[in-house]
Design a protein. Structure first.
Lengths: 528, 413
């Protein structure tokens, strides 16, 4: 285990550790472009030079292995001069595009130029000019800006396992391009825009939409499958501008798939239900939250009086948070003494893929099936949707409360027909669907970005997410809707946030014992 | 004393296996395989002190000693026949005129390093050379010197030709390996060195054609005999490639240590038209030019290094007083800009930049600061690249500017 000093600070590392990694552990940052912790080391950008005492030649920190007794200097005069020269080399052909380049504000070239660049260029020649290259659906390469760090090429080869990009030609003419006749088809392609240190690879989805410093970021979890990749939602003016991955080495490394990255657009043109609605004849009229809560409770109580407690049931959702599902369980089970809880989850295209690096897109397109099953306190077989339909058919169930947060019609007609046998239907939904059209009461609820909460992913990791945008109209957050109903039913449950609800969950379920929303941190906690 | 041109200089020598054997060829391979152990051969080569003839001058025996002693992986021998250094045409002569000399060297070396697969990486432009070598390999195989159970010893060896595709950088040993493996000729970061992880990530030795062609002599006469030729630390003979404004251009074989002056005036016949010498590049275009008052130097590795230049591949390019060094610099800068592989920042950006500045100077559009910028660029490239191509492009430009500054200034004023 070699021990070395970097800028006077001593550290002992495992054999084979590079100087760059050792410095990282000491909190010392060494500028670099081509190095990326999840990609192979190429040592080609030559930005990470450091000085080793006693050695005349500077060495690249990313590819030099730490040796016992090494004395490394990361800010000596020689190192600074080397950084200035490498930066000068990169800037001679780089176009001064900052005013029109999306990367401004999160650009490594800008950042290092600020520290190590010259005010005045001594380059008096013609800059080499290259045409932009369209890589397909999402990505365009502004080839003039490319500094040939080859992160994108290595990403496609090593992480995605698709050899779609390559370096063509040689020397000063070398350029990154896609193989002739091909487009970027792999579902991880969007990540190359994240890892491009400059504004060469541009996401068409974000092109020229806003300056990055106008965005506010919120930590969240991707709702598009059960992997639960950690994401960041970037918002301006209460609008989502883009989704970016967050690092989590047990879930998604540094990546997200394109379904998650661009999936937020499915909400673009959805006409949201903005007020609680009550059916009167053929029409739906708006009513207030207070009134609708009273209405629901009265109806449920009267059905229970007429039949029995179990005539009332709740249908939770694998797309809903743990908190929403738990409060539904609490409402149905504690307030009405019914044991009938069922789980609804979408079974969609089942596209799944495991990429070369091990990154997996799951076939289960629900973010929280594990969490819903736990928090509704059901065994999966008992609480299945088909069982619900059977019970309705048999006349056992007369009323239901359905959390349906999915866009559009997710039930086929024959299932809808069975539900119509019910006496009283309450549907929480985001937009009109064939469910809302048969409901007696419609409660407008929030989507994945409009509330705090937690999910449990397919590997049984509990992860938290934060509210990123305000919901429209008089829509209430999902947990809040049930909180109102619970309170109105006379129960003394006292929660005023999803974090509070989580505390109740951790008191109730053995699996969540000792946990709290706060303790989950940014990378979640594994359940045993 | 002729080791390498011994056969070639004989009129009527065809290079066929019959001619080669008639001149004593393939006795060394017999001696090596039948009477010596691989370790003994390595010892002889170490004793000979022979330094690599490709340009780097690394002692061959020492390099062979870097191979792991116990390995499950196959060991490869690569003969570097990429001869791309401008001003150099010595490997070509061996390949075209005495291919069996090279093959015998390859066979002995492969046996010494316990390799059963040798590749000859030959530059794509040497079409005739590749064909010539292929015929020679066939001849040698038929005679039992290549293939299975060579000379009844149980030793197997296969030799394959792999043709390059026009990149100077593929003469750099790790770029060569990448190219051999079917990839872009981008040099690898070292360590690991090829002796540990080379072709297909297996232990590999890469040696130049001329280096390998010396091996039969070393086996036949012993390492010590070889070490007696030449000078201390630069043993043996060297093929010198004389070109430029010289009356008798061509390939000359002399013991290392011959003076440059003697090479140019005594053996090369002096400068054409009796012109004055202006400058001479001693070791191929990558090596710093020498001014006319620097030619009393011994042509060996250390002496040239001591005066700030290098023996390199011994491509001696002679330039007379009619030459404008700005022209020469531009020619050289264009070459390195064209041949840069593009992998690392200083070389990819710096070489074309130097070319463009020199071009502008030549066109009369140069500014005073340009000369110092040019020098600064050479310092920003040197020591900062993945492979020695950076130095190969930077050193010559620096030498031209430093030693012939008037030529540059003339264009600027």
């Amino acid at each position: 285990m070699p021990t070395l000093t970097i800028d006077g600070k001593e550290i002992t590392v495992e054999l084979g550790t590079t100087i760059l990694k050792a410095a990282e552990r000491l909190g010392i940052f060494i500028p670099h472009y081509c190095y990326h912790p999840s990609l192979s080391v190429v040592g080609s950008c030559r930005m990470c030079f450091v000085e080793i005492e006693g050695s005349p030649k500077l060495v690249p920190a990313c590819s030099t292995v730490a040796v016992d007794g090494m004395k490394v200097l990361t800010n000596s005069e020689n190192v600074i001069k080397a950084r200035e020269s490498m930066l000068e080399f990169l800037l001679i052909n780089h176009p001064l595009d900052c005013p029109v380049c999306d990367q401004a504000g999160e650009c490594k070239l800008q950042d290092y130029a600020f520290l190590y660049g010259k005010n005045h260029s001594r380059f008096n020649e013609q800059k080499r000019l290259l045409p932009n290259k369209d890589f397909g659906e999402h990505i365009v390469l502004y080839a003039n800006r490319c500094i040939l760090c080859t992160r994108c090429v290595r990403f496609c080869q090593e992480i995605a396992g698709y050899e779609e990009l390559g370096v063509f030609l040689r020397g000063g003419k070398a350029q990154i391009d896609i193989f002739p006749g091909k487009t970027l088809k792999n579902k991880l392609a969007g990540n190359i825009v994240d890892i491009c240190p400059v504004g060469a690879l541009i996401d068409k989805d974000f092109l020229h939409k806003t300056r990055v410093w106008n965005l506010t970021s919120y930590n969240s979890i991707c709702p598009k499958c059960s992997r639960g990749c950690n994401i960041r939602i970037d918002v301006k003016d209460n609008t989502i501008f883009r989704i970016k991955p967050r690092e989590n080495h047990e879930v998604n490394s540094h990546w997200i798939c394109d379904d998650g990255r661009y999936g937020y657009h499915e909400w673009d043109n959805i006409s949201r239900i903005e007020y609680p609605l009550k059916r009167e004849g053929d029409k739906y009229i708006q009513i207030g939250w207070d009134e609708v809560a009273k209405l629901i409770n009265i109806n449920f109580q009267s059905i229970i009086k007429e039949y029995n407690s179990n005539a009332v049931c709740g249908v939770g959702n694998s797309s809903a948070s743990n908190e929403e599902n738990y409060l539904l369980y609490y409402y149905i089970n504690k307030c009405f003494n019914s044991g009938n809880l069922f789980l609804y989850h979408i079974n969609s295209n089942e596209y799944e893929e495991t990429f070369k690096s091990g990154f997996k897109i799951e076939s289960d397109k629900n973010p929280n099936k594990e969490g819903a099953i736990l928090n509704l306190n059901i065994k999966e077989k008992d609480g299945s949707f088909n069982m619900l339909l059977d019970r309705i058919d048999e006349g056992e169930i007369k009323a239901l409360y359905f959390i349906h947060k999915n866009i559009g019609d997710s039930l086929d007609d024959d299932k809808i027909k069975i539900l119509q046998k019910l006496d009283f239907i309450v549907v929480e939904d985001v937009s009109e669907s064939n469910l809302t059209k048969i409901a007696d009461v419609v409660l407008p609820t929030t989507n994945y970005a409009e509330s705090d909460g937690t999910y449990i992913n397919s590997s049984r990791k509990v992860q938290r997410f934060f509210k990123a945008v305000e919901q429209p109209g008089l829509v209430k957050e999902g947990w809040e809707i049930l909180n109102i109903l619970i309170k109105k039913s006379g129960d003394d449950l006292d929660v005023s946030s999803p974090a509070d609800v989580f505390n109740k969950m951790s008191d109730y379920f053995e699996e969540l014992k000792g946990l709290s929303f706060y303790k989950l941190g940014d990378n979640g906690i594994n359940l045993s | 004393m002729k080791i390498l041109l011994k056969n070639i200089e004989e009129p009527d020598y065809t290079g066929s296996i019959q001619d080669y054997r008639r001149k004593g060829g393939y006795t060394a391979v017999s001696k090596a395989i039948k009477e010596m152990t691989p370790e003994e051969i390595v010892e002889e080569v170490k004793k000979s002190g022979i330094r690599g003839r490709g340009g780097a001058g690394f002692p061959a025996g020492v390099k062979w000693g870097f191979l792991p002693k116990n390995t499950d992986k196959p060991i490869y021998l690569i003969c570097n026949a990429d001869e791309g250094e401008p001003g150099t045409f010595k490997d070509r002569i061996i390949i075209e005129k005495d291919p069996h000399l090279l093959l015998e060297g390859i066979i002995i070396t492969s046996y010494a390093i316990k390799s059963h697969q040798a590749y000859i990486y030959i530059r794509g432009e040497f079409v005739y050379g590749a064909n010539r070598l292929n015929s020679a390999i066939r001849e040698a195989a038929e005679a039992g010197y290549i293939g299975k159970d060579i000379l009844g010893s149980g030793y197997n060896l296969d030799i394959q030709i792999h043709r390059g595709a026009g990149g100077y950088i593929c003469g750099e040993e790790t770029a060569l390996l990448e190219s051999l493996e079917g990839k872009r000729g981008w040099p690898r970061i070292k360590p690991p060195f090829p002796a540990v992880e080379g072709a297909f990530r297996c232990p590999t030795i890469v040696n130049n054609v001329e280096t390998l062609a010396n091996i039969p002599f070393i086996i036949n006469n012993g390492g010590e005999s070889y070490a007696e030729i030449g000078v201390k630390n630069s043993t043996g003979t060297k093929l010198f490639c004389l070109s430029g404004h010289i009356n008798k251009p061509g390939i000359y074989e002399f013991p290392l240590g011959i003076s440059l002056r003697s090479l140019i005036y005594e053996h090369g016949g002096g400068i054409k038209n009796n012109n004055k010498l202006k400058g001479v590049i001693p070791g191929g275009s990558s090596m710093p030019v020498l001014a006319s008052d620097e030619i009393d130097v011994s042509m060996d590795f250390d002496s040239l290094a001591n005066i700030g230049s290098a023996l390199g591949s011994a491509g001696v390019i002679v330039m007379d007083e009619t030459v404008d060094m700005v022209d020469v610099s531009l020619n050289v800068a264009k070459f390195y800009a064209h041949e840069s592989c593009g992998q690392c920042t200083p070389c990819r950006e710096g070489m074309p930049w130097m070319r463009d500045i020199i071009s502008r100077i030549k066109d009369g559009k140069g500014k005073k600061e340009d000369i110092d910028t040019l020098l600064d660029i050479t310092y920003n490239i040197e020591g900062k690249t993945i492979c020695p191509f950076g130095e190969a492009g930077a050193w010559p430009i620096r030498a031209f500017v430093n030693k012939f500054r008037e030529d540059f200034e003339k264009h600027i004023n």
